[in-house]
Design a protein. Structure first.
Length: 143
């Protein structure tokens, strides 16, 4: 088994053609994908056909998991299977929870990687959101 790793991937605005190439590579290498409710499931079928897939966002008749539960699932699956991708809808708008998940995973010894999604926001606004969320965050030197 590979060393436990978390890669957070922004799925972009939902169109299968708008996920980044780096994001598709991460999905192809994932053993497990934990994904949000509004992620286009065609992305999962196309780029992660053999991965274990688990919806962790809320749906009509289903309550969302707590952030603490999601953090624990990341660790559990990474330690069991290796590479976990946390697939999130959109771009850097969710940067605060992205950073929280990365910090938690890193504190538990996982390699980490962040693949920002395509955003509908202007680049300068996107950069400020990520900078603000990443204050005091020290990334690992994972590949």
């Amino acid at each position: 088994m590979d060393q436990p790793k978390l890669t957070i991937v922004g799925a972009g605005p939902g169109e299968i053609d708008l996920i980044t190439v780096k994001g598709t590579k991460a999905l192809r290498n994932a053993k497990v994908v934990l994904y949000d409710s509004h992620v286009n499931e065609t992305i999962l079928l196309e780029y992660a056909p053999t991965a274990i897939k688990l919806l962790v966002g809320k749906r009509r008749n289903r309550k969302a998991l707590s952030q603490e539960d999601i953090n624990e699932l990341i660790i559990e699956y990474a330690e069991t299977y290796g590479h976990v991708v946390r697939l999130k809808n959109g771009g850097p708008e969710s940067a605060a929870t992205d950073i929280e998940e990365l910090q938690y995973a890193q504190s538990r010894g996982l390699l980490i990687e962040y693949v920002q999604g395509v955003s509908g926001l202007p680049t300068s606004v996107s950069a400020k959101i990520v900078q603000h969320a990443a204050r005091n965050f020290i990334p690992s030197t994972s590949n």
